[in-house]
Write a protein that binds this ligand. Structure first.
Ligand code: PXP
Length: 237
């Protein structure tokens, strides 16, 4: 199982002071040296954490795999086609949210999403859609022409008890099977941490987990190198 490390929270700390450190670009290099298989970053419409400068430098310096999360807007699609990350993950975006709240509603926005997917793919960018683990969203993702779906693990992460967690895990597993059967590749993420990640890492057909907050949070105490190594160990089984 591959690990994509989301480094947005390093930029969040920087933006708390509006100065030039800590630098998410340095964090990406350390995460890669510690074994991250890819770097994930989210360029938001309001540039609340990551900036255009960060994205440009990440493109120049990331040697593994750069996955840009962004909304399906003309501005963002234009930036992506210019910067050319290895992958774009389309996410829903609300200015008022603290983090990405739910999955993308591909079913009800199919034309808009298809247009973005087509443009990105014609620029040789692999496209993933961040969706809730629901069959209709998977079917619509196939119609949109996307290469991957990233299954939202938020409900699993927030499950109140072991039964609910088992249920969510089983949904994630059956949706991962369904997606691969329909020709999509599958990744997963959101809310995964050092305590809940192993069960998701044990699921079949999921290629990669994208994890941000828990790794950067742990890095405050252990350092980023060890935080990435420890997560890598857990998801390797
Ligand atoms: N995947 C996607 C699409 C996300 O938007 C986020 C949050 O930025 C993550 C994964 C990582 O979530 P977390 O920070 O909870 O690990």
């Amino acid at each position: 199982m591959k690990l994509g490390v989301n480094i947005d929270h390093v930029a969040t700390v920087r933006e708390a002071r509006k100065i030039n450190e800590p630098d998410p670009v340095t964090a990406a290099a350390i995460a890669e040296m510690a074994g991250a298989d890819g770097i994930v970053c989210h360029l938001r419409e309001d540039r609340r954490h990551l900036s255009d400068r960060d994205l440009r430098l990440l493109r120049e310096t990331v040697k593994s795999h750069l996955n840009l999360e962004m909304a399906a807007t003309d501005e963002m699609v234009g930036i992506a086609c210019d910067v050319k990350p290895d992958m774009v993950t389309l996410v829903p975006e609300k200015r008022t949210e603290v983090t990405t709240e739910g999955g993308l509603d591909v079913v009800n926005n199919i034309d808009l999403i298809k247009k973005s997917v087509t443009k990105l793919r014609s620029n040789n960018i692999i496209v993933s859609l961040f969706i809730d683990p629901e069959l209709e969203q998977i079917q619509a993702s196939v119609k949109s022409g996307a290469d991957y779906v990233e299954l939202h693990t938020g409900k699993y992460a927030e499950a109140k008890d072991a039964n609910m967690q088992e249920e969510e895990l089983s949904t994630l597993q059956s949706m991962a099977f369904a997606a691969t059967k329909l020709g999509l590749s599958v990744s997963a993420g959101h809310g995964l941490n050092y305590y809940n990640v192993r069960s998701v890492a044990g699921l079949d057909k999921i290629e990669e987990l994208n994890i941000g907050h828990s790794i950067i949070g742990r890095a405050l105490f252990s350092g980023l190198d060890l935080a990435v190594r420890d997560m890598k160990k857990l998801i390797k089984g």
